[in-house]
Design a protein around this ligand. Structure first.
Ligand SMILES: Nc1ncnc2c1ncn2[C@@H]1O[C@H](COP(=O)(O)OP(=O)(O)O)[C@@H](O)[C@H]1O
Ligand SMILES: [Mg+2]
Length: 353
């Protein structure tokens, strides 16, 4: 006898710079949840979070997914409620498992995961700790370095160090003593390359720090490396497994926002052409990295690889990686023998483990 379907709450959109990508990711997730046996297994309750953080129920969410872009003012009931979470929309009380498809702050950083914990309901992907640690590049690097994983040399600082001239000079001196140009200056808590600068000298370093400090109070400066960019997908409950390794290539100096999101400017190679030993290093370090930051469920782990020296450095862990039909995460699993239909099912099966 067929059992009744499980009600899955698919939450997308969100109060972050990656709102538009989230809508595209959710289209792919929903497509996967309607494929084959999933259609009988799952009943979907769609929830859309607008750019101001308001939560909207199934009908508005479905329209956003169908259109592929955020609602205009006339699509939403007026007057609008205040911004932010004001409680679950109608229909959400039937949800028994949550599937967040949100990228960046407010979705990938442990905040929504905390809400699901408070509701005592299972959800797809990493928990509060793994999400929060992976989101903050300072915390992530500390955890990864503590686990003995190789990272490019880096310096952490806080925005307030820039506000007093004497501290600012001392900071620039410290960075120049520890790293050499080019360096990458990053806000610790954004994504999609937003607020990142590649800098070649002290003036640009200060400009890069000021830009990053206007976006986040926590900053990281890294030694720039000349390297290929490799990515590996991780999946599972407490027992994680790693996919084949993929590579991103692009026609730009580095993988900045425009290059990431302009069609045709980057290509993916799956699997990446690599010596077997490098593939194995990357796959095993991906699992070790997830253990180091407390990530279960799902992650995409990104690396730099210098093929002239053979060195591998771990760059970052993304706990809610892009899930569009062009995204590395589902494509890496497809190439590893896990179809989209199986992938979304496995992610739901691993929720709460
Ligand atoms: N230390 C570095 N050396 C060389 N390139 C880097 C370095 N750090 C970042 N980059 C470039 O900037 C891109 C974005 O940096 P990343 O830390 O992955 O930020 P985000 O979390 O926004 O994706 C990388 O994909 C890479 O192209
Ligand atoms: Mg990145």
């Amino acid at each position: 006898m067929a059992s009744s379907p499980t009600n899955v709450g698919v939450v997308f959109g969100g109060c972050s710079g990656e709102h538009a990508v989230s809508i595209r990711s959710a289209q792919t997730v929903v497509h996967g949840l309607n494929l084959g046996a999933n259609r009988q297994r799952y009943q979907l309750v769609l929830i859309y979070i607008d750019r101001d953080g308001r939560w909207w129920g199934h009908d508005i969410a479905e329209k956003v997914l169908t259109n592929g872009y955020p609602p205009t003012g006339s699509d939403l009931p007026q007057p609008l409620p205040g911004p932010g979470f004001r409680g679950l929309p109608a229909g959400a009380d039937s949800v028994s498992i949550w599937y967040p498809v949100l990228h960046g702050p407010n979705g990938e950083d442990g905040t929504i995961q905390g809400l699901f914990e408070l509701m005592q309901q299972p959800y797809v992907g990493a928990g509060v700790l793994g999400s929060a640690v992976s989101m903050d590049k300072q915390a992530m690097k500390a955890a990864l370095a503590g686990a003995g994983l190789a990272l490019v040399p880096y310096v952490c600082t806080q925005a307030e160090e820039l506000s007093v001239a004497a501290h600012r000079e001392a900071l620039l001196n410290r960075i120049e003593a520890e790293l050499s140009y080019p360096c990458f200056v990053k806000p610790a808590n954004l994504g999609s390359s937003v607020g990142i600068s590649k800098v070649q000298n002290r003036d640009e370093l200060l400009q890069g720090l000021s830009l990053a400090a206007s976006l986040d109070s926590r900053l990281v400066v890294e030694q720039g490396v000349q390297a290929r960019e490799l990515e590996c997908a991780v999946l599972g409950g407490t027992a994680l497994r790693a996919s084949v390794v993929g590579e991103v290539r692009f026609d730009a100096d580095w993988y900045d926002y425009d290059t990431k999101y302009t069609e045709g400017r980057s290509t993916t190679l799956i699997p990446a052409p690599l010596p077997e030993a490098v593939v194995e290093t990357i796959r095993s370090q991906s699992i070790q990295a997830c253990a180091a930051v407390g990530v279960t469920g799902m992650a995409r782990v990104d690396f730099f690889y210098d093929d002239s020296s053979g060195r591998v450095w771990l760059n970052e862990i993304n706990t809610l990686p892009g899930f569009t039909n062009q995204s590395m995460y589902p494509m890496l699993w497809e190439a590893s023998g896990v179809t989209l239909e199986q992938l979304v099912h496995e992610l739901l099966e691993s929720a709460g483990q």
